[in-house]
Ligand binder design. Structure first.
Ligand code: FAD
Length: 468
């Protein structure tokens, strides 16, 4: 594996073959791998873990990998949930977590430049000290990196007003397979050909290595208020959310929970079989006040009753709690979340069909959903399923059947099969639903052009060639 030669390319102190270190980099937070590990299966470790501290070191590593035809698996902070990390012992695990510096905060232009491996919460805290915010709050903010956000096309909980990561990214430094560095993006907006930032956004480590990122910041809001509403059923709630967004009100957070999730997550606010919509309103005080009045009118006009705003405030306080798969597995449960999206005219069908599809899986004990990211033309849904098969050997089958049924039902209703967690190895065989067969071929062509030897995270994102 040329580890000795690797030491000529990069400071040997950056290279680890420590067994515990290798073990800790076998997989990300994909539930299926955690189940396999929990069962006692032996999962392969990488040949070594390399922790560069600069873009130049990443370039040197990639030149070495290209020269020797060694595969490189980029790792941000390993919070991915779709199996983006599956190294083998002849591969290099490129752990970006030592590239964790804030490079610059530009308060005039509201720009933050960081090394890509920085923990998201550390980056947010650095700008918060100056009264600024990234406005990007994935639930995993404390366990994920900025480079990981770019690589998976992540969404934050405040995306309805502030956009997803692709709306927040200004420039990206990207190291290609051959070690060349390119800076993608330049001005606040450009018409100089295709937007090359999208070669990195969502590439999941298969096109190059994100080494630094500049994000466009916001000033912290003057005012923050909460409100909450009951909807008799999901369709009524979707109608209300559509009206709000299409009338151009932009509460950064609008989340609509079905009755099952209200009972499980907000028992103090349960009412009949109603769903619950939580809103966070932010911005200049006058606009927040106007927005709250307008939304009150929209809700009342559609027959939605006010709920206790404390439900939204409580959500805000606990929103970034991170569960561990092992705790659920120990209780005999295999579970996951599946985020999809659809237009307003599709979304109610997607909701009902996917819940029914998940409930049809043997041993299903939970199939529920909430929405959390709203657009003028549609909305996402975030399904949660859990199966309790008794026999732990069949947990993996139940898991994969749940995913298959949910993605197939979504695609059949015309929805998008991946809202923000990415593809990894979990969704790669379903990618054609979103990209079309021609799109999958085009993506493969792009991949082959950027990485002709196929050394960047092989097997991730794209389906194996024989399938599609
Ligand atoms: C409890 C929990 C909650 C979550 N909530 C959200 C959420 O609200 N919104 C959301 O979008 N996601 C969420 N996620 C998913 C996950 O946190 C995101 O996908 C995140 O962006 C991954 O970042 P990471 O640094 O951990 O990347 P990793 O898991 O380390 O890597 C993810 C993929 O990106 C590649 N990669 C990582 N860094 C680089 C780099 N610098 N250059 C090139 N490729 C790279 C890897 O090869 C891999 O394919 C959640 C996950 C968990 C466990």
């Amino acid at each position: 594996m040329h580890i000795e030669k690797l030491a000529n390319a990069i400071d040997p102190e950056r290279v680890s073959v420590d067994a515990e270190d290798l073990d800790a980099h076998r997989f990300d937070r994909w539930c299926l791998k955690h189940w396999q590990d929990w069962q006692g299966e032996t999962l392969p470790t990488p040949g070594c873990v390399v922790r560069p501290e600069s873009t130049e070191e990443v370039q040197a590593l990639m030149r070495h990998a290209t020269e020797h035809g060694i595969a490189v698996i980029p790792w941000g902070l390993g919070s991915g949930v779709c199996g983006g990390i599956e190294p083998s012992d002849d591969q290099i695990l490129l752990d970006m977590s030592a590239m964790n510096q804030v490079i610059e905060i530009d308060e005039e232009n509201l720009l933050l430049t960081v090394q890509a491996g920085i923990n998201g919460l550390v980056a947010e805290e650095a700008v918060a000290e100056r009264g600024l915010t990234m406005g990007h709050w994935p639930q995993s903010i404390g366990i994920s990196s900025v480079g990981g956000w770019v690589s998976t096309r992540a969404s934050g909980q405040f995306s309805t007003a502030y956009g997803n990561i692709e709306d927040i990214v200004y420039t990206i430094d990207f190291v290609l397979a051959n070690g060349e560095k390119v800076t993608l993006g330049k001005a606040p907006r450009a018409a100089s050909g295709p937007d090359l930032r999208h070669l990195a956004l969502g590439a999941e480590g298969t096109h190059g290595v994100v080494t630094s990122v500049t994000l466009s910041l916001r000033r912290q809001p003057e005012s923050r208020q909460f409100s909450a509403w009951y909807c008799a059923d999901m369709a009524t709630g979707f109608r209300a959310q559509r009206e709000i967004i299409q009338q151009d009100w932009k509460p950064p957070v609008m989340r609509q929970y079905d009755a099952s999730e209200v009972a499980r997550l907000f028992p103090d606010h349960e009412r009949d079989d109603s769903g619950l919509i939580l809103l966070v309103h932010e911005g200049p005080a006058g606009r927040v006040e106007a927005e709250m009045h307008a939304i009150q009118d929209i809700m009342a006009g559609l027959g939605l009753a006010a709920a206790d705003a404390a439900a939204a405030a409580n959500w805000m306080g606990h929103r970034n709690n991170v569960p561990e798969w092992r705790d659920l597995l120990d209780q005999g449960l295999i579970a996951d979340t599946i985020e999809v999206s659809g237009s307003w005219s599709q979304i109610d069908t997607i909701y009902h069909n996917v819940v029914a599809a998940l409930k049809a899986v043997p041993d299903c004990v939970n199939a529920s959903a909430h929405s959390s990211h709203v657009y003028r033309s549609g909305i996402n849904l975030y399904f949660t399923f859990a199966c309790m098969p008794g026999d732990t050997q069949v947990m993996g089958d139940r898991y994969l059947e749940s995913w298959d049924r949910a993605l197939t039902a979504t695609a059949q209703a015309g929805g998008g099969i991946a809202h923000h967690h990415g593809s990894g190895r979990l969704r790669r065989d379903y990618l054609h639903h979103d990209l079309g067969e021609g799109g999958v071929t085009l993506l493969r062509t792009v991949k082959n052009a950027l990485d002709p030897q196929g050394i960047l995270n092989p097997g991730n994102l794209l389906p194996p060639q024989s399938d599609h």
